[in-house]
Design a protein around this ligand. Structure first.
Ligand code: AMP
Length: 594
């Protein structure tokens, strides 16, 4: 059949396979409510005999009314005892009638540890289905992507086992290690420069080095460059800054750096390596320049766009990405989590500020809690169905998944921007309670407070206390790092804490932060050493005066525990008397599951 004959309302597909994908999107979004109803019925009927649904006396009902009247909305903490039982080896059908195949470790934490999300084998198919829709949409806006390759920096992270023997690992590690990814069919529109062996190497240096080397060899074929998050792509650029001499040496000689010891990588790189002095000269010429502006387009001249998430906390990296890429379009393709993959961006070439994700109604059952930051009590009777959300309003996402999470609060706040057919589209506003984030780490106010409390203990013997503090995610450095501003009160000026003591405070704070933060510091090198900037006495009073001059009420004024607004960070920085960095890595080992 001629591809034109399959023309989708989204636009003319690039090939027949794309036509089918676009048609699927149309079908799902046109009948969003009916799809949702049947997704819920399927989840409830297959899980009717689970301990969880029986506990709420659903009695096999699969309709929305019974579900809504009997099943409560929950948080991770509510489910934790059940999840722990599964982790400990209870194989009875607790949440899902299908066996829990593994746990996906979320970057969201609970009591300092990654949350464990149960999943079932068939979820891999659902994830792959969502992935399969991305290129057909992209091809509508960017023709010719089958004429070259994508340089994507993709990584696996370490995995552990729960006491009951189930694997616990991040969702992308699970996906890259699955046959769905490893033995994927050749698709001319989706060819990567990175070999699977390089992606699957758990050592982040070796993985990055070999992915970069392949990307350099194929620099003219590269049409798009990406990583999952903007921070990851910037880390790759930083890696090039630090390692271009060794990479150029390998290209010149056609040999592989001895630091690359992974035998699978060495095996596959033997097929890629060749001596190319001209390319080596070019890399050296470009990388030795002082100015790295537009380095991406200089080295990869045919790059049409960057594919990275720049929504949510990642928007802080947009100016740096623009600097290195000369303002190439930044494409955010999808919105997903360990709990469930949610949806995709149907207008991927739009500006980052306009990105909206269309939730695919086949992925799970979705409900929306109207977001009211002032309300202390939330009740499930306020939940709104997918098709009934209102444009302009903000909601918290609540999901019911095939793996057995029921009316689970994800913690993301979304705003409705419009509809595609009857499926709503959302801009990602923020994750609840996140104060600081550099990469996938998420630090909330309570965690920061307790880190400051623990670090201040170090100051006791100096008769010094932290009178006020605030924080800032500094992304001007790569990797970015946390900056904590401290105003100190020393009762004994002859004993003011020394540089060494304040460095210990930095480390003490890092030791107190959650495991995702510490993993970022130790395993992924995605977060730089924490910095304490000691400010002059009276600085926080000035900060209050500034806020009041801008209309804050003097009675209600609270010190912001995180500052982003430039005049405020400038004010703080102008009062810094000393700055101190953590000199050691905090403790981190792949989590042991109780
Ligand atoms: P994790 O469970 O570690 O996979 O993290 C999932 C979380 O990452 C989501 O709940 C969001 O808070 C965030 N996230 C995922 N995709 C996006 C996106 N496209 N834009 C902004 N935030 C995202």
């Amino acid at each position: 059949m001629a591809v034109d004959a399959l023309c989708s309302p989204l636009g003319p597909p690039a090939c027949e396979k794309d036509a089918k994908a676009l048609q699927f999107i149309e079908e799902m979004t046109r009948s969003a409510d009916a799809v949702q109803e049947s997704v819920l019925a399927e989840i409830l009927s297959r899980n009717a005999q689970t301990e969880y649904l029986r506990m709420y006396n659903l009695d096999g009902a699969t309709d929305r009314e019974s579900f809504k009247s009997k099943i409560p909305m929950v948080t991770y903490e509510d489910l934790q005892p059940i999840i722990q039982r599964i982790a400990n080896g209870d194989r009875s059908p607790i949440l899902s009638s299908h066996p829990i195949s593994e746990f996906l470790t979320s970057s969201g934490t609970s009591a300092g540890e990654r949350k464990l999300m149960p999943t079932i084998q068939e979820e891999l198919d659902r994830r792959q289905l969502l992935y399969s829709l991305l290129m057909p949409v992209m091809n509508l806006y960017m023709p010719g992507l089958d004429k070259g390759k994508g340089l994507y920096f993709l990584f696996v992270k370490s995995e552990t086992k729960t006491p009951g023997g189930l694997m616990a690992r991040p969702v992308l590690t699970s996906y890259y290690k699955s046959n769905h990814f490893k033995t994927r069919a050749f698709d001319p529109y989706n060819v990567y420069t990175s070999p699977n062996e390089a992606i699957l190497c758990p050592d982040s240096f070796q993985s990055m080095y070999s992915q970069m080397l392949c990307g350099l060899y194929e620099r003219k074929q590269v049409l798009r460059l990406g990583a999952i998050f903007a921070s990851g792509l910037l880390r790759a650029i930083r890696f090039l800054q630090l390692n271009w001499r060794e990479l150029a040496h390998d290209i010149r000689t056609g040999t592989l750096n001895s630091k690359i010891s992974d035998s699978d990588i060495r095996g596959c790189m033997a097929r890629v390596l060749r001596s190319d002095p001209e390319l080596a000269n070019f890399i050296e010429f470009e990388c030795s320049k002082e100015n790295w502006e537009r380095i991406i387009t200089r080295i990869w001249p045919n790059t049409k766009y960057l594919e990275v998430i720049v929504t949510g906390a990642m928007s802080q990296y947009i100016p740096t990405l623009d600097y290195y890429s000369g303002g190439l379009p930044k494409v955010c393709t999808m919105y997903a989590s360990s709990e469930c993959y949610f949806g995709l961006n149907l207008n991927p070439m739009c500006k980052p500020s306009e990105v909206s994700y269309t939730i695919m109604p086949n992925m799970a059952y979705f409900e929306f809690l109207p977001h009211d930051p002032n309300s202390l009590t939330v009740t499930s009777d306020k939940l709104v169905d997918l098709v009934n959300v209102e444009v302009g309003k903000e909601y918290e996402l609540v999901i019911t998944t095939y793996a057995g999470l029921c009316r689970y609060r994800v913690g993301d706040i979304l705003r409705v921007t419009g509809f595609h057919n009857s499926a709503p589209q959302f801009s990602f506003i923020r994750r609840k309670n996140v104060l600081l984030s550099i990469d996938s780490d998420k630090t909330d106010e309570a965690e920061l407070q307790s880190a400051v409390d623990n670090a201040s203990v170090v100051l006791n013997e100096f008769n010094t206390t932290v009178v006020e503090y605030t924080s800032y995610a500094d992304t001007k450095t790569i990797p970015g790092h946390y900056v904590i501003y401290w105003e100190l009160l020393s009762k004994d000026s002859s004993k003011f804490p020394t540089q060494d003591v304040l460095e210990k405070c930095c480390l003490a704070m890092e030791e107190s932060l959650n495991s995702v933060y510490r993993q970022g510091r130790v395993e992924c090198n995605s977060i730089g050493p924490l910095e304490i900037r000691v400010v002059k006495n009276g600085t926080f009073e000035e900060l209050m005066d500034y806020a009041i001059s801008r209309g804050a009420s003097i009675n209600q004024y609270k010190v912001p525990r995180c500052v982003n607004y430039t005049p405020i960070t400038e004010l703080l920085d102008s009062r810094v008397v000393s700055s101190h960095f953590s000199q050691r890595l905090p403790h981190w080992t792949p989590e042991r599951r109780r």
